[in-house]
Ligand binder design. Sequence first.
Ligand SMILES: [Zn+2]
Length: 492
Amino acid sequence: MVVIFFASLIRWSKHHQQTHRVNQFFYSLFFACFAVLTAAPAKAARLESWRFNSSQNQLEITTDGGVQPKAQLVADPTRLVIDLPGIVLGRPVINESMSGTVRSMRIGQFDRDTTRIVIELAPGYTLEPSQIKFRGISDRRWLIKLPTPQLATSSIPSISAVPRLSAPSRASESELAAIESVELNGSSNQLMIQANKPIRYTSRWDTSLAAYRIEISPAQLGNSVKGPELGAGSPISRVKLRQENSQTVAILVQPATGVQLGQMNQPNQRLVTLQIQRARLVSAAPAIAPRVMSVFNPSVANIPMPRSPNGRIVVIIDPGHGGPDPGAVGINGLQEKVIVLDIGNQVAALLQRQGVQALLTRADDRDLDLEPRVQMAEQSNATVFVSIHANAISLSRPDISGIETYYHESGLGLAQIIHQNVLQFTGASDRGVRKARFYVLRKTSMPSVLVEVGFVTGRDDASRLSNPAYRTQMADAIARGILQYLQRAARL
Ligand SMILES: [Zn+2]
């Protein structure tokens, strides 16, 4: 009950409060109550110690909170991958080389709250997965005993889940495609990404890196793959290849000045191409320098997105909360500030690409009061203001999901058109366009709206908002709505 009480208090105070300090207080209070009532692991546990005993082929790990390890055996070279969900390593990757049939042990942070241990065998060796023994001395202390590795006679079994443990949730690494080359084809003006197996990709502007990000998953970087050789006159100033995690390769492309990145194509299942074209330079004088992102030529649309009407148009994108203020916190600790920053960054990048000057009130995880958000809109004489938030209600109401779009006075048209696009492109449930006296809506003089992109406490919304692809879809829909509105407004 206490949870519900404070949750609704937050819900009420979230956007209405003029002073953030009050919010902060309620947040702390809420988290304190929440932690006590549910004993949820608000703070992730740490990996305290680990020791691999080579003579016994045994790994011993200790954590300061309970853990249920998950394991999988991966081929080429054979390695046992042990994931510790809910465990934070809190230090750089550890890499221990060993002599013998077990060649190395690596420990790293696989994702935000999973530590991954990889025990790699010497080339040509494998082991029998059914004989790997996990012994929990307690839920914080585990012994993992490997059988003696054997020389592989034939091909190594692709993957085997280790018995007694929950099945690995991710695709087998052995099935991963390898990225074999990333080259610039001068005659066709394409960046060509070649893999040895069928691949799938997603792409978007990464505003924090001012680069176009192509993510290929599941895939690994091939051993000998380098980026393209980029000369002085190259249309691309930089290409960076990164193994983002064990399943994902990221290719970051920075175009040279005056160059546009065009359409992406997949001529065959193993080849992905990115069109590059020289373009007329666009002059874009940023109104507020530090937060303006790189500006790209508006004349090419990578995706069929409405174009910006002519004239100086400034759109303020305002991802809610940030820094010490997480906003709403929902299922699995899903944080509003993280979701809305990702969506906001993408909306801004999409608008930029369509020739709209998009300014972000915050482009990173920083503390920002409501007042400077409004000030930025006023000082830049913005055409429209779009605040992005995520909704929350009590954690005991996972049944509640859906989109709400708020406006105050002149923002109704903008709210309706964004709302409509979001429903259409995301398939999320409709909780209506609503009028509200939120500070950022009341204090801005241009049409302004506040989009609630879903409930972090909602079963449906939380799982979808946790998915980067869904957030991209959401950003796409919001950008479409804004562009349609600007087009209509220009015709009036
Ligand atoms: Zn919010």
